[in-house]
Ligand binder design. Structure first.
Ligand code: SPD
Length: 284
């Protein structure tokens, strides 16, 4: 009998032919599953939703990290909320300007299981510049976070433990935790599947940050395969200044997806996505 892992999302499903289950546990927050598949290698699922896979994780982790890192002239202190698999941290420590990366992940089981089953993704979680805090990102942002050049919200979907990472209060605290020229990037789901979320969250960002842009990328194992991130900044916009090009060329040598041309192109939006951003839903 063939074994399949399916992520069910509203009225659609994404299926992966599976050879074995490597890990299953129920943490206080969510079900954590790791399976071996024929096409994408190992998959990490949280509450049944695919978070990362061996074969296409590079797209998500390169795009959530290098786009803001290279738009900023000198990012030294970076905070990652979520991202317990370690892929975002692995990309951040490639940048010589970085002095400290703080990772605040609510679920210690995610960190421990990824260290065991995804060693190439979790590779830098013990890096000397990286501090891992197992705790609630919403509380950390409200009470402890300050003085960051970049904050990355590497969240799960906006249900379950990730829900608090999609509220206006959380993003106001994020703005306040940034230096005056700091920036924030957050994953903002698929424009095919999560249209109401996008129509709600971008106007929310615009109430808080002076510069708000959307950029996109292609991730075959996420629903619809077409993904978005929000680039929200207190001072610097996304185009790469001439002065950053040496840094960009060094980083792109290490990447399988990101490069300088793609940096600019990823901010060019299809018409249906532009239309979504012109149809805000406001919730008070
Ligand atoms: N539907 C999947 C959304 C997952 C976004 N976060 C992934 C975390 C990888 N570091």
């Amino acid at each position: 009998m063939e074994l399949w892992t399916t992520e069910q999302h509203k009225d659609m499903a994404l299926g992966f032919r599976t050879t074995k289950t490597l890990y299953h546990a129920q943490s206080p927050y969510q079900a954590v599953d790791i399976v071996e598949t024929t096409r994408y290698g190992r998959l990490l699922l949280l509450d049944g939703a695919v978070m990362t896979t061996d074969k296409d994780e590079f797209v998500y982790h390169e795009m959530i990290s290098h786009v803001p890192m290279l738009a900023h002239p000198n990012p030294k202190r970076v905070l990652v909320i979520g991202g317990g698999d370690g892929g975002t941290v692995r990309e951040l420590v490639k940048h010589p300007s970085v002095e400290q990366v703080v990772l605040c992940e609510i679920d210690g089981l995610v960190v421990d299981s990824c260290k065991e089953f995804f060693p190439q993704i979790a590779a830098e979680l013990n890096h000397p510049k990286v501090e891992v805090i197992i705790g609630d990102g919403v509380a950390y942002m409200a009470n402890d976070a300050k003085g960051f050049d970049l904050i990355i919200i590497d969240s799960t979907d906006p249900i379950g433990p990730g829900e608090g990472l999609f509220t206006e209060e959380f993003y106001r605290n994020t703005y306040n935790a940034l230096n005056e020229d700091g920036m924030m990037v957050a994953q903002t789901e698929s424009p095919f599947v999560c249209q109401d979320l996008i129509r709600t969250i971008y106007p929310m960002y615009e109430r808080i940050f002076p510069i708000v842009r959307m950029y996109t990328g292609h991730i075959p194992t996420y629903p619809s395969g077409f993904w978005t991130w929000a680039f929200c900044s207190r001072k610097y916009d996304y185009p790469l200044p001439e002065a950053h090009l040496d840094r960009v060329r060094e980083i792109e040598k290490t990447c399988k997806y990101y490069n300088a041309e793609l940096h600019a192109a990823s901010f060019v939006l299809p018409n249906f996505v532009k239309d979504l951003l012109k149809q805000p839903i406001s919730i008070q």
